[in-house]
Design a protein around this ligand. Sequence first.
Ligand SMILES: Cc1cc2nc3c(=O)[nH]c(=O)nc-3n(C[C@H](O)[C@H](O)[C@H](O)COP(=O)(O)O)c2cc1C
Length: 350
Amino acid sequence: MAGNSFGKIFRMTTFGESHGEGVGVVVDGCPPRIKLLPEDFKKDMARRKPGTYHLGTPRKEDDQVEILSGVFEGLTTGTPITLFIRNRDVQSPPYEILRDLFRPGHADYTYFKKYGHFDFRGGGRSSARETAARVAAGVVARKVLVPARVKVAAYTLELGGVRAKEVDMEAVGKNPCYCPDPVAAEQMEMALSRARAGGDSLGGIIEVRVKGCPPGLGEPVFDKLDADLARAVMSVGAVKGVEIGAGFEAARLKGSENNDPLTPDGFGANRSGGILGGISNGDEIVIRAAVKPVPSIKKEQDTIDRQGRPAKLRLEGRHDTSAVPRMVPVLEAMVRIVIADHYLRAKAIG
Ligand SMILES: Cc1cc2nc3c(=O)[nH]c(=O)nc-3n(C[C@H](O)[C@H](O)[C@H](O)COP(=O)(O)O)c2cc1C
């Protein structure tokens, strides 16, 4: 009921809040005898962590992962793995204003309506801080997928209306927007600077690609691979749309244009995005997520207080100008977690 767990065999439960002691995840169902050390998390956590980029939140966190259980002598034991990421740079005073006022576009209003009491500091559980735990779980998922040779990679396809025109995966790690087109990356940065200067924020589109996924992953009918991927991606804050393959574009095509021809050498096109009938077909899996502009902006906004009286909100606090760049490793992790879960499920069926 509580909705903090995800996955069937490879199952994770995240916990913690933005301004509490820390955030973490319990990963259950990871096979035994997989090498897992605290250093394994460093690279992925660094890609998501705050404070590394001048247009992101200046909150400084080292995002070091502590392994509290499930690993003995550097190997997974097959028992629940608990990973903990301590909050170190917590500054709650700027959020005092949110004790009484709701941020338009954020989760404050709905958390208040649902629980009548919530940790408003830094967004509490609705904060992107929770996604650090997902990235940590994604590192474990990557290890599970090593024997299957599955590779998951994500990048920024669009930010603030600027779209990547080419996909050079080498370029992704070389710019702070994680954009595969260096020219577009510069334009994205300029758009971010302009938005920040105007006290505003930007949205965009992230594309995730899964290479080497074997055919046969996905369970009819409610646990279709595309259904689980959409759920995983949509569960990340600020994601407002998910497409698989041709996605919404397929709605404008004829069957003769949209069907991927079958040939003895494989599929002649990939508008299905690598999934048919909810089961992977062996082709590349392609997922896109539409990300809204982050709600916390410095511009003055109309809102109400807890008594329903009209109010003006002028926000302080440390926020990203866009969630898009920091979300790239998060979506990569979520997709990896889904593929790892379905890989283990396919193995269980035999
Ligand atoms: C990586 C990441 C970073 C984010 N950074 C911020 C931020 O700095 N400020 C903010 O208001 N929202 C930020 N968000 C978005 C909020 O978490 C999200 O909008 C909020 O939880 C409401 O959920 P919804 O947009 O899905 O309705 C971020 C989200 C992610 C995934």
